[in-house]
Design a protein around this ligand. Structure first.
Ligand code: SF4
Length: 343
């Protein structure tokens, strides 16, 4: 334990040299009171406005990324290990400790963690129903876990489902179409409903028997999920209600076995100036990833065409690599790298 605590403190200090956070044994392993953070309570305030317009509400799990907890949640992290979005200057002490304890809970008692997660997802869905929101889930807020491989048996979650009055296979999140809406909002609603219908169709004959093995995506098959990932996947490994965006990393791209996945949209960090130029030149192919964070919406237009999502480089408040190691600065190099997407 002492070794782990020392390691965590060392890592905290290397990321935030001025941080006053010091982890001690007595604050570790205290289960946080909640697992999901709603987008309305998250730090990403800049994203709230457009998503509110579409009545989308995102709930996400915020862990501490990479190996900050002593156990690695991001097996394919490259340069992002040093510039992860989870490191926005000095974090608040309470928030950091609750993220750390949430991560340890996930590692040490997955079954207890899962039960609480399911309970919170049901609460979230009910909240969205009452308030006319589309519930959307992001399980890898600051992590890169293959949730589609995290299986559990129906009988192991029965108790929590009964407690929440949730019937397996009978639950439907039906969108309550608003009467007055613009074409833009109409397009978003139609697209979300189409994706949900696809998942409903694929699961319609599914029998939920006690020994049936499920994932979170099976359990909530009428709800949409999305994540960024650095782990390429075969298309048939991705559940129909799960949208993944591959997160390009300059360090990973240097590895000899690196191959750019063809079946996923790609997010790429570029400088502010380059983003402006590129969006002007390729308005139908490139997407401003900073305009909103619900990556599912990137596929509304021309869903079969893979897109490149541009994310603006933002310097964090601590020592980090040079900008060119993280972001694209030159248009020519960007075009050369992503020419297959741009044609
Ligand atoms: S893989 Fe994602 S969550 Fe993990 S360190 Fe990199 S950017 Fe952060």
């Amino acid at each position: 334990m002492v070794y782990i605590i020392n390691k965590i403190n060392e890592t905290i200090h290397s990321i935030w040299p001025k941080s006053a956070i010091k982890i001690t044994e007595d604050i570790l392993n205290k289960k946080p009171s909640y697992i999901l953070t709603l987008s309305k309570n998250s730090r990403s305030r800049r994203f709230k406005e457009p998503l509110n317009k579409y009545r989308i509400n995102i709930a996400q799990i915020l862990f501490v990324p990479h190996n900050l907890s002593g156990k690695n949640l991001c097996p394919n992290a490259g340069i992002c290990e040093k510039i992860c979005f989870a490191y926005p200057g000095n974090p608040g002490r309470n928030q950091f400790i609750s993220q750390l304890n949430r991560t340890l809970w996930y590692h040490d008692d997955f079954s207890g963690f899962l039960t609480k997660l399911i309970e919170e997802i049901i609460n979230f869905i009910n909240y969205c129903k009452r308030n006319n929101y589309y519930p959307v889930l992001r399980l890898n807020g600051y992590s890169d876990i293959r949730w589609e491989e995290k299986k559990f048996k129906c009988k192991d979650i029965k108790e929590v489902l009964e407690k929440k009055n949730y019937n397996l296979g009978q639950y439907r999140y039906k969108i309550d179409n608003r009467k007055i809406k613009s074409n833009e909002i109409n397009n978003v609603e139609t697209y979300l409903q189409k994706r949900i219908n696809l998942s409903l169709e694929r699961n319609k004959n599914r029998k939920f028997t006690d020994d049936d093995e499920l994932t979170i995506f099976d359990l909530f098959y009428d709800i949409l999920f999305y994540d960024y990932t650095k782990i390429p996947r075969n298309p048939n490994q991705i559940p129909s209600n799960y949208h993944l965006t591959y997160s390009y990393d300059k360090e990973n791209a240097k590895k000899s076995n690196f191959v750019l996945p063809k079946n996923l949209n790609i997010s790429v960090i570029v400088t502010k100036d380059l983003k402006k130029i590129l969006l002007k030149e390729y308005p139908n192919i490139l997407i401003d990833g900073d305009a909103q964070d619900c990556r599912i919406l990137d596929d509304i237009n021309n869903p079969s065409k893979k897109k490149v999502i541009l994310l603006e480089y933002q310097k964090q408040n601590f020592h980090e690599p040079k900008v060119e190691e993280v972001a694209f600065i030159e248009k020519e190099k960007f075009i050369e790298k992503f020419k297959n997407f741009l044609n």
